[in-house]
Design a protein around this ligand. Sequence first.
Ligand code: GRF
Length: 219
Amino acid sequence: MSGRVPVAVMISGRGSNMAALIEACADPAFPAEIVLVLSNREDAKGLETAAAAGIPTKVIDYRGKGSREAFEDAAIEALEEAGAEYVCLAGFMRLLSGHFVERWRDRLINIHPSLLPAFPGLNTHERALQSGVKITGCTVHFVRAEMDSGPIIAQAAVPVSDRDTAEALAARVLKLEHQIYPAALSLVTSGKARVAGERVILDEDTSELKPLAVPPMDG
Ligand code: GRF
């Protein structure tokens, strides 16, 4: 074995954040490796990307499982079987119950396309534009049972222009998502980020976040 921390990724669709994590983990110096990509949808595009990278994939279709708990038990079994120590949600579009979230407490990570606690839930970019905020961004956080909440590991920001559309904003934020998620996973799996109370305390040596310290103005 490589001695790296085994991580699973859960997706429902496109999987571009998953692809960014796969790319980061392709570097043998990265502290984590991806042992499973789990999807709740058979038609998730990301499954092809993962398989092409040689990563084991599994589909557990929620709709065929009767209850949320049955789906979550099957997911927990698959994640344990794969030996995952951490689970990254990457565009996983199902709400997970407290049962699942507590099983992975402080080892379940999500990315959300806003500067939480602003704009939890769907349609974040539309809502950001409507509200007139001048800065928005993305957040990587440990997951708690309440939707899009939990200790924040990393954030990155972009300026919002008056001429922005939701699509343009989404594309600009997504570029940052692809940087911040691997950076956050590196911090967590190398032990440089730890939960204290409901905050994440970072080590002083967090070189992973240096490229994110100043918001890029390339939009
Ligand atoms: C991303 O914007 C992510 O922040 C949100 O859902 C989207 C998933 O995109 N949770 P992808 O599947 O990673 O391309």
